[in-house]
Design a protein around this ligand. Structure first.
Ligand code: M6R
Length: 609
């Protein structure tokens, strides 16, 4: 949540900052601001999307080659120009941008008020600017001392970039539990909350750890620990391609990312399967460990949680190990009793989701092994988990996840098949058959995109004014209904609910009336007749039915609009049925004229609890 950028080098900073903020807008878009240092530090802010800030500075001559920027997702204080970052200390000595939340800001404000500091915004950020200023002036020991003292006094999560008036040509940064990377090339040094913002300029980055700080000079970066000692950091190379963070002719990132699914699914499969053999052992986990787990806990948020729900069906059925799936924000606070011989799996695209990170720490504190399924290399969860299996989705820019979701599912299939093999729950022949069919998924996904998109686009306009939608299915079809429903509601703002088809008659069916949209997913042979009966029940109450079915199941008689997906192994259907669900959400939203990549109130990476 919130995106921060910075540049210090030979070139004009303004375009680099705006360019970076554009790439980070998916992290928040309530307001944006930049501070550029020429002779003086000049601050510009605007409420709303970045375009408003761009308009505001369009006629300004900004020649400074050092600056910081911010795009906001409001936590403390409404979205307004006054609450937008950068914030300055009372006398302008310190200028700062911040991503995260300061939990003890009331206590710190009280302390600073006693020292005559005044507060002009409703944010928790302003307290940081003044606290740094306070320590800087009180101890007169320079920026690193003031920043470290501030970190020690502050509770919460933060990634900050700071300009000190007395220290031209330097940007100071620090972080705890909020993401930040630092890049470098021959033209200068860069900082960002996320890779896409600096990918155009450099692939060489440093990862800064919790409670560490750094000084970005024009030609080098110096790192410090909490004692103020200089420390060494290794320069790492980002593998992502620049084009992956551009729209490349597509109208929106969401539709580009939907269309990238066959390719990234294939990449992810190829990363773990070679010549009909699964290899997940480069993560460090051993066969012996995998065999020993008596219980699996899957913990995640949002769509990643839905991957977990799918995975529960597949893992339990294939491996016969009991699996519990939990929403990360609930997991931590219910004081979970965990089986010491269990494995906790955290799923996260960003690797920075605060609740998922807290769940990981809870598991570790109980001495349970942790495995993370992560897309962003070097992210906090990836660094703290015992083992990591990466998804190879590349940068995902649209707030609504699509390709990351699909690659997470693939990693779970691979994990489940491998555990089943080790535990001898499947034969060698089943193992090979499952692998071979998994390798067909990219082609079947491509077939769906090529053949179903146009029909969905047409039907979507019929539903752009619908008020409610219900997604129903059984077994894995129910699991994927959860994702279809979230996809629709988060981008189109249409109320939608996912229900286990058999559960509808226990209350929710009373909401069905003439033309209520019901999307039925029917791929699981063992239960398909029962789901069809449930569809008949809603049909006879007036529902308009979109049926999404496997090619060997006929839903055309019961559906007003039927979509057929290719046949596959029962476990893998979610990878195929999710595609029409994503397309339905995308095209309905486009028809409603909404910003599908940046839905209101949302941010891509939820780094606050
Ligand atoms: O980065 P993460 O995978 O941890 O994010 C989890 C959720 O915030 C995320 O999946 C969210 O639900 C998306 N908006 C769904 O499209």
């Amino acid at each position: 949540m919130c995106g921060i950028v910075g540049y210090n080098g030979k070139n004009k900073a303004v375009n680099i900052l705006l360019d970076g903020l554009e790439k980070l807008e998916y992290r928040g878009y309530d307001s944006a601001g930049i501070a550029i240092r020429d002779k003086e530090i000049e601050i510009f802010k605007a409420k709303g999307k970045l375009v408003n800030l761009k308009d505001k500075i369009a006629d300004k001559e900004l020649n400074g080659t050092c600056g910081i920027g911010h795009t906001r997702w409001a936590t403390h204080g409404e979205p307004s120009e006054n609450n937008a970052h950068p914030h300055s200390s009372n006398d302008g000595s310190i200028t700062l941008v911040h991503n995260g939340i300061i939990e003890n800001y009331h206590e710190l404000i009280d302390k600073l008020k006693k020292h005559k500091y005044k507060f002009y915004s409703d944010t928790d950020t302003e307290v940081l600017t003044n606290l740094i200023d306070y320590y800087y002036k009180k101890y007169k020991m320079g920026p690193i001392d003031a920043i470290n003292r501030t970190m020690v006094r502050t509770r919460g999560s933060y990634a900050i970039a700071v300009l000190f008036k007395d220290h031209p040509d330097e940007i100071w940064v620090a972080r705890k539990d909020s993401p930040m990377i630092i890049g470098t090339n021959k033209d200068g040094t860069y900082l960002s909350s996320d890779v896409p913002a600096i990918l155009k300029y450099t692939k060489k980055v440093y990862y800064i750890d919790n409670l560490e700080a750094a000084c970005l000079k024009k030609d080098k970066v110096i790192f410090y620990n909490l004692n103020g000692d200089e420390i060494e950091k290794e320069l790492k190379e980002i593998k992502w391609d620049i084009s992956a963070a551009e729209k490349e002719g597509y109208e929106h990132f969401m539709i580009k990312e939907i269309n990238e699914q066959p390719e990234v699914i294939k990449k992810t499969i190829n990363n773990y399967i070679y010549k009909n053999k699964i290899d997940i052992y480069k993560s460090g986990i051993t066969e012996e460990e995998l065999k020993s787990f008596k219980q699996i806990y899957i913990v995640a948020c949002g769509s990643a949680y839905h991957v977990g729900v799918c995975a529960q069906y597949v893992l339990e059925d294939l491996t016969r190990i009991p699996v519990r799936v939990e929403i990360a924000s609930e997991f931590r606070y219910r004081r979970p009793i965990l089986d010491k011989k269990g494995l906790v799996i955290i799923i996260s695209q960003s690797g920075e989701t605060a609740d998922s990170l807290a769940a990981l720490r809870e598991a570790k504190s109980q001495g349970i092994k942790t495995l993370a399924i992560i897309n962003v290399v070097g992210s906090s969860i990836a660094r703290e988990a015992d083992y990591v299996l990466y998804t190879l989705a590349g940068p995902e820019i649209a707030v609504a996840t699509t390709k990351a979701f699909s690659t997470q599912l693939i990693v779970f299939y691979i994990l489940a098949i491998e555990i089943a093999r080790i535990k001898k729950k499947i034969t060698e022949r089943n193992y090979i058959e499952l692998i071979e069919e998994l390798e067909n998924i990219p082609y079947k996904a491509k077939y769906i995109l090529d053949n179903l998109t146009r029909g969905i686009q047409k039907i979507a306009s019929k539903f752009s004014h619908t008020k409610d939608a219900f997604y129903i299915g059984r077994n894995l079809d129910y699991a994927i209904s959860l994702e279809g429903s979230l996809k629709l509601k988060e981008v189109s703002y249409i109320h939608s609910e996912a229900y286990a088809a058999g559960e509808l008659k226990h209350g929710t069916i009373s909401l069905i009336e003439d033309n209520t949209l019901v999307i039925g997913i029917v791929t699981q042979e063992e239960v398909y007749e029962k789901t069809i009966s449930n569809l008949v029940e809603v049909k006879s109450r007036g529902a308009y039915i979109i049926g999404i079915a496997a090619e060997n199941i006929d839903v055309s008689k019961i559906s007003d609009f039927a979509l057929t997906i290719p046949k596959t192994n029962k476990y893998f259907y979610p990878s195929l049925s999710v595609i029409p669900l994503q397309l339905i959400a995308y095209y309905i939203t486009i028809d409603r004229g909404l910003d599908v990549d940046k839905p209101r109130n949302l941010a891509k990476s939820v780094t606050v609890e």
